[in-house]
Write a protein that binds this ligand. Structure first.
Ligand code: MF3
Ligand code: CO
Ligand code: CO
Length: 257
C-alpha cells in the first residue's frame, strides 16, 4: 500500500459526489429553467449526500456552483433572471467537499439545437482535456500537459484562455501547482505519484483575451466569441493516472440523453 492510498480513496469519494451532481443536473437542465434553479438543485443534492458545496461563500462567492453561458469563460453566477433558451451552451462547474476532500468537475450542456460551430468548439474542448489526461504518468512535466492542449486547440483554429488555469486539489480547493493549459514540452515541474490536480481547459472560438464583469466574478471573452470548458479532477499513479470525476452514467459530453 502506497502512502497516498488513503488520500486517493477520499478523492474518489469527493470526485464521485461532484460527478453524480452533474449527472443529476443533466436530467434537469432544459429550456425554461433558471440558472438559480440549477444552483439550488446542486446545493441540495450535495447536502443530501453528506457533503457541501465549496464555492458557497468562497472568497465572497454567493452561490453553490458556477453557471457559465455562451461567451462566459468561467465563474458565471447563477441567477433567477437568466432562464435557459434554445441554442444556449452552458458550463456547470461543481466542487463538492466531503471528508475534508475536494472533487471539482465541469461539463457543457446544450439547450435544444445548437450551431455546428458551437458543437465543434465543445467537442474540441472535451478532446483537448482527454488528450492531456491520457499522457499523464510520473516523469512527464507540467509543460507537456499545456502543450498537448494548446497544439490540438490551435490546429482547430480555436484559442486557449491564459488567465485561468487548473490547480492542485486535495484537502484544499486550490493549491500548487498551477496547471496551465498552454505550454512547452519538457518544461516545468515533473509529475510524481500521489499528485492530485484538475485539468480544466477554457477554449474560445475567437481570441483568447478575457474581460471581467463588474460583479467581480464573471469572466467573458473580450471579443464576445463563444467559450467552452470541461474539468476533471485526476491523480497520478505509479504508472499512469486515475480520473476521480468520471460520470458513471456516461454523461461525459453532450449530447447526453
Ligand atoms: N470550480 C472552479 C474551479 O474549477 C472555481 C470556482 S470558484 C468560485 O477552480 F468561487 F467561483 F466558485
Ligand atoms: Co478547478
Ligand atoms: Co471547477
Amino acid at each position: 500500500m502506497s502512502n497516498y492510498t488513503e488520500k486517493f480513496e477520499k478523492m474518489r469519494i469527493a470526485g464521485k459526489l461532484a460527478s453524480q451532481t452533474l449527472d443529476m443536473l443533466t436530467e434537469n437542465i432544459k429550456e425554461g429553467v433558471s440558472t438559480a434553479y440549477i444552483d439550488k438543485l446542486g446545493y441540495e443534492f450535495i447536502r443530501d449526500n453528506g457533503g457541501h458545496s465549496a464555492p458557497l461563500y468562497y472568497r465572497g462567492f454567493t452561490k453553490s456552483l458556477c453557471t457559465s453561458l455562451n461567451h462566459v469563460v468561467c465563474h458565471g453566477v447563477p441567477s433567477e433572471d437568466r432562464v435557459l433558451v434554445e441554442g444556449d451552451a452552458l458550463n456547470v462547474d461543481v466542487t463538492a467537499i466531503i471528508n475534508e476532500h475536494y472533487g471539482d468537475t465541469s461539463r457543457m450542456f446544450c439547450i435544444g439545437k445548437t450551431s455546428v460551430k458551437l458543437n465543434n468548439l465543445i467537442d474540441a474542448t472535451y478532446q483537448s482535456m482527454m488528450k492531456a489526461i491520457k499522457i499523464l504518468k510520473p516523469g512527464i512535466k507540467l509543460g507537456d500537459i499545456g502543450h498537448e492542449i494548446q497544439s490540438y486547440i490551435e490546429e482547430k483554429g480555436f484559442s486557449v484562455v491564459k488567465d485561468f488555469c487548473g490547480h492542485g486539489i486535495g484537502t484544499s480547493f486550490h493549491e500548487p501547482p498551477n496547471i496551465l493549459h498552454y505550454g512547452t514540452k519538457n518544461t516545468g515541474m515533473e509529475l510524481k505519484p500521489g499528485m492530485t490536480f484538475t485539468i480544466e481547459p477554457m477554449i474560445n472560438a475567437g481570441k483568447f483575451n478575457v474581460k471581467m464583469l463588474n460583479d467581480g466574478w464573471t469572466a467573458v471573452t473580450k471579443d464576445k466569441s463563444l467559450s467552452a470548458q470541461f474539468e476533471h479532477t485526476v491523480g497520478i499513479t505509479e504508472n499512469g493516472y486515475e480520473i476521480f470525476t468520471e460520470s458513471a452514467k456516461g454523461y461525459s459530453k453532450p449530447p447526453y440523453l
